[in-house]
Design a protein around this ligand. Structure first.
Ligand SMILES: Nc1ncnc2c1ncn2[C@@H]1O[C@H](COP(=O)(O)OP(=O)(O)O)[C@@H](O)[C@H]1O
Ligand SMILES: [Mg+2]
Length: 224
């Protein structure tokens, strides 16, 4: 079974009097357990695509099958619960919560999914050890470096073992060597947990380890 199937997706945004057609009958088929890159310059529609895949936005028209389920007919509550259970997100700015420790930030998705606090914290600690950031567990995120914060954000996205991990320019605000470290960490962790990972990036240097890459052109995806 295909984990992801987009068929004939159209997406249109209005900006004042201008109408922008971001996707024009876009199609995509992806099986389980691969690493997929979405490459394209700023404004080409990478974030819009991830938002559709992550059930954050609905396309104007077209069908989205996620893990065998047709999603365009789901109501907001069902979309939200599917997202909470099966989708992890990583953003360019890590969006960690400053009121919580590093350990709690990573544990939060489990707690929100009903796992009890001490079990969630235990799982978080295991991931922090893998990250080599165990001694930072009581720190607030703001005290970590950019690369460390991004590794914490990756751990937070992976802890619930989602079916789909979406990373929107996850290394966009890091220097080159930190970017490749974080990128490799992301792929290692997603492979280890057998998570389909889709990464939007405009950094072509990082795409060598990906199984498949697409570019967005004229509102469609083209494999490169
Ligand atoms: N909510 C929105 N309202 C209006 N225009 C939008 C919205 N989201 C994205 N766009 C427009 O759609 C195009 C693609 O945006 P985006 O998906 O953010 O591209 P990328 O992530 O590749 O930079 C851009 O022209 C952007 O301005
Ligand atoms: Mg973007």
């Amino acid at each position: 079974m295909k984990l992801i199937k987009l068929s004939n997706i159209n997406q249109i945004y209005a900006q004042g009097k201008t109408v922008i057609k971001v996707f024009n009958n876009l199609n995509l088929d992806i099986n389980n357990q691969s690493n997929v890159g979405i490459i394209g310059p700023s404004g080409s529609g990478k974030s819009s695509l991830l938002n559709i895949l992550g059930l954050v936005e609905k396309p104007k028209s077209g069908d989205y099958f996620f893990n065998g389920q047709e999603c365009s007919t789901l109501n907001v509550e069902d979309r939200t619960s599917l997202r909470k259970k099966d989708v992890g997100f990583i953003f360019q700015n890590n969006q960690l919560l400053e009121d919580f420790t590093v350990l709690e930030n990573i544990a939060l998705p489990l707690i929100l999914n009903g796992v009890n606090y001490s079990k969630a914290i235990n799982e978080s600690l295991k991931l922090l050890k893998l990250l080599g950031l165990e001694e930072r567990r009581k720190f607030k995120p703001g005290l970590l470096s950019g690369g460390e914060q991004q590794r914490v954000a990756i751990a937070r996205a992976v802890i619930k073992k989602p079916l789909l991990l979406l990373a929107d320019e996850p290394t966009g605000s890091l220097d080159d060597s930190t970017a490749s470290l974080v990128f490799n960490f992301l792929l290692d962790l997603s492979q280890k947990n057998k998570i389909l990972t889709i990464i939007a990036t405009h950094n072509l240097k990082l795409t060598k380890r990906l199984d498949k890459c697409f570019k967005i052109e004229k509102g469609k995806l083209i494999e490169i």
